[in-house]
Design a protein around this ligand. Structure first.
Ligand code: NAD
Length: 500
């Protein structure tokens, strides 16, 4: 479809390799007209796709999964070039996207297909069917940090639910999106089931204002507000997956080596550019020193770079370097101490690991999303205090608890105000396609992944079929006093009881 769309636009932009500054690709800036034309084409494609039925869609989606698996290295190389992340991390990202595609394809009919519902005694003459029908065209707007895994959380589930998709990737990662489009159109050549519109924020805004049936947005909360405002014009519903300031809690009985290893990976992998990355660590007093020793020792072995032995790559979006620097400076200016790295660790385009302690809670390093390889570590008296301080943020995406006691870990996990919590491992929930993914508060709303993720892209349709005439003729002008007396008697028997 891009050939058609290229003819509709003249302006272009470049995607760059953040490690080297080299141009990876040049892409058209699709304007409102081009975006609307794509939505129109998607409308016809969605009717065709939903008409194929569950079985055929499942086969096609499993074949898209097969093509993506066979193209894994090609896609990972493009991710590596456009984001700068290590090639192995890019490969893992594609692996995770593949598992979601597989789950969505295999579970769509079971979760969304027609099922009988018990009508209840007062409507026993009705046969009830509940099914989840596709919405039509889904506009997906994606970020750059996981350019395959993150949008696939919407794309796979939207397609499996029977919709067509128009995807606006981040301006930092358009090449990855075009590879996805190539793979999907190879398996579904008949119709433009999945189209990519490239460009900057204006292209995303045109998609949100367009005649789509839902917008699946992943990005920052400030952009989500703009997208919601644009969607309000047509009452277009939206699912918003935004940023986070995730906490990592370490209890007194936790395995400290494993906890330090997990916290470090959660905070520093992908140069900290992970929505569910670890940004704050709360450690119970009695193990604070031992944990910090382990964390600093392991952190000193990490190195940012572009070579194959580097732990993580550059900061993808140059403007983020200023935010990371500001957070480190603010933490230090307010009495915080850098026990690994410091302000000098920001060496564009890289940031070496930074571990900060004694940082007050109102510092931007503790209250705002940093999105860099930095963490603040805090001493707390108890798990209760850890949870309270972890929850003292407008964000609520995910979190981690390390504790030996199962009940203490489960208790803390439940009380964390977030969409997901992982116990004794980091970000484990993201690798389980059956589990829903999404946030609270500034981290957004709605869910991708799992059965909830499939239903996010479908509308419930309720059908009743009268099998025989009701013993009481209630919804008719022919209703008698006798009918009313019977129903009032019945309702008293069924619902008039007092429960203790
Ligand atoms: P961003 O908000 O800057 O951009 C996201 C997308 O929105 C891009 O494609 C961008 O072009 C588009 N956009 C910009 N202005 C727009 C407008 N006015 N209307 C419509 N679209 C517009 O975010 P980003 O820097 O690409 O991504 C990083 C953010 O995403 C972080 O906050 C991160 O935590 C978050 N994120 C969240 C999840 C999640 O699942 N919750 C996953 C990955 C990233």
């Amino acid at each position: 479809m891009t050939a058609t769309m290229d003819a509709e636009t003249a302006e272009t932009f470049e995607s760059l390799n953040p490690a080297t500054g080299e141009v990876v690709g040049e892409h058209p800036i699709h304007d409102e007209k081009a975006v609307n034309a794509a939505i129109d084409r998607a409308r016809a494609a969605s009717a065709w796709w939903s008409g194929l039925g569950w079985r055929e869609r499942r086969i096609r989606l499993l074949n898209i999964k097969g093509s993506l698996t066979r193209a894994l290295n090609r896609v990972a190389t493009m991710i590596h070039q456009e984001t700068g992340k290590p090639i192995e991390d890019a490969q893992l990202e594609v692996v995770m996207a593949i598992t979601h595609l597989d789950w969505a394809a295999r579970h769509a009919e079971k979760v969304l297909g027609p099922r009988g519902v018990f009508p209840g005694l007062t409507a026993i003459n009705q046969k009830c069917v509940l099914e989840y029908q596709p919405l039509g065209v889904i506009g997906v707007i994606g970020p750059w940090n996981y350019p395959v895994f993150t949008p696939m959380g919407s794309i796979a589930y939207a397609l499996a639910a029977g919709n067509a998709v128009v995807f606006k990737p981040s301006e930092y990662t358009p090449g990855v999106a075009l590879l996805l489009a190539e793979i999907i159109s190879g398996v579904v050549p008949e119709q433009p089931l999945f189209q990519v519109v490239t460009g900057l924020g204006d292209t995303g805004s045109a998609l949100a204002r367009g005649a789509v049936d839902k917008v699946a947005f992943t990005g920052s909360a400030p952009t989500a507000r703009k997208v919601m405002a644009a969607c309000a014009e047509r009452l277009t519903p939206i699912v918003a997956e935004c940023g986070g300031k995730d906490a990592f809690i370490v209890d007194a009985d936790a395995d400290l080596d494993k906890a330090a290893e997990a916290a470090l990976w959660g905070a520093m992998s992908n140069a900290g550019q992970t929505c569910i990355g670890v940004e704050r660590v709360y450690v119970v007093d009695s193990v604070y020193e031992s944990f910090v020793d382990r964390l600093t020792e392991q952190a000193k072995a990490l190195r940012a770079g572009d070579d194959r032995t580097a732990s993580y790559g550059p900061i993808t979006m140059p403007s983020q370097l200023g935010i990371i620097k500001r957070h480190i400076d603010d933490a230090l200016a307010r009495g915080g101490k850098a026990i690994v790295g410091g302000a000098e660790s920001v060496k564009a385009p890289y940031v070496e690991p930074v571990i900060l302690v004694d940082v007050p809670d109102d510092s931007s390093a503790v209250s705002e999303e940093t999105f860099g390889p930095t963490i603040t570590v805090h001493r707390v008296k108890s798990m209760e205090e850890a949870v309270t301080r972890a929850n003292a943020t407008a964000y609520g995406l995910a979190g981690t608890v390390f504790a030996k006691s199962r009940s203490a870990a489960m208790g803390a996990a439940r009380r964390l105000r977030s969409g997901m919590t992982s116990i004794n491992a980091v970000i484990a929930f993201a690798t389980v396609p059956a589990l829903p993914f999404g946030g609270v508060g500034e981290s957004g709303f709605g869910r991708i992944h799992g059965a909830d993720g499939l239903r996010e892209f479908a509308r419930a349709k309720a059908i009743t079929r009268q099998r025989f005439a009701a013993p009481m003729n209630l919804v008719s002008f022919k209703r008698t006093d006798k009918d009313m007396a019977k129903v009032l008697q019945l309702v008293n028997i069924l619902h008039g009881k007092h429960y203790k």
